[in-house]
Write a new protein. Structure first.
Length: 234
């Protein structure tokens, strides 16, 4: 991928299928995406499942009930294992949820442990990257398996201090939001690359933004429309 950035489907291909489902991941592959970004939470019995929000509409908090009940009532919610198996051969950005400020915090690091186990069992440490808005969760992941690349997600934060914090913690990636970099994409990429970090920007849907970030040498684009992004890059 030396000639262009990785194109990662945001929760799969959410404009072609329900986001964060096996169907959405398969759709992203069909559209030519290099990989996907997905979100991991846990059930009350510790099963790692893929869903963006803490609760499933009409079901309740995922963490409040065991996996068997989730599967029976909302069968479209996949497990992390099912997702990784469906995405074999693609790059996967695994975002750990259950954040301290959400209703399903994970002080014991169950999500990180489940992610590390699934990745290690499949021997795909170099085909994934684990990200989070929570630096504490990233620290837990690094303590469990330092082989897995990790990255910090930021929102509304300038790139320079985010890069400094990531370098201090030995991270491999930073994930600024689109608005944080579009004023001067080249400067943002230069700031990160000079410190040895890779950059994945979210969520990039407009062709002009795709081309501007590619020209600035961004490493990965997270997009709702992987087909549109790939067309813009071509």
């Amino acid at each position: 991928m030396a000639t262009r950035p990785l194109v990662l489907g945001h929760r799969g291909a959410p404009r072609r299928a329900r986001e964060n489902t096996l169907e959405a991941f398969t759709a992203a592959r069909t559209l030519g995406a290099d990989g996907v970004e997905l979100d991991v939470r846990r059930t009350s019995d510790g099963t790692a499942v893929i869903h963006h929000d803490p609760a499933v509409e009409g079901y309740g908090l995922i963490v409040s009930r065991p996996f068997a009940e989730l599967r029976a009532e909302r069968p479209y919610v996949p497990t992390l294992v099912e997702a990784l198996d469906t995405l074999t051969g693609l790059f996967v950005n695994i975002e750990m949820k259950c954040l301290p400020w959400e209703p399903d915090p994970d002080p014991e690091g169950q999500v990180a442990a489940a992610v590390a186990a699934a990745v290690s069992e499949r021997r795909i440490t170099q085909q994934v990257e684990v990200s989070s808005f929570d630096l504490g969760a990233l620290g837990v992941m690094r303590s469990i398996d330092a082989r897995i690349p990790i990255g910090w997600l930021t929102f509304g934060q300038p790139v320079e201090p985010a890069v400094a914090a990531a370098v201090d913690r030995g991270l491999a990636w930073v994930h600024p939001d689109r608005a944080a970099v579009m004023a001067d994409p080249a400067a943002a990429m230069r700031t990160a690359h000079e410190r040895g970090l890779r950059v994945a920007v979210w969520t990039v849907n407009e062709p002009d933004d795709v081309r501007a970030l590619a020209a600035a040498a961004v490493d990965a684009l997270i997009t709702d429309v992987p087909d549109v992004a790939l067309a813009a890059l071509s």
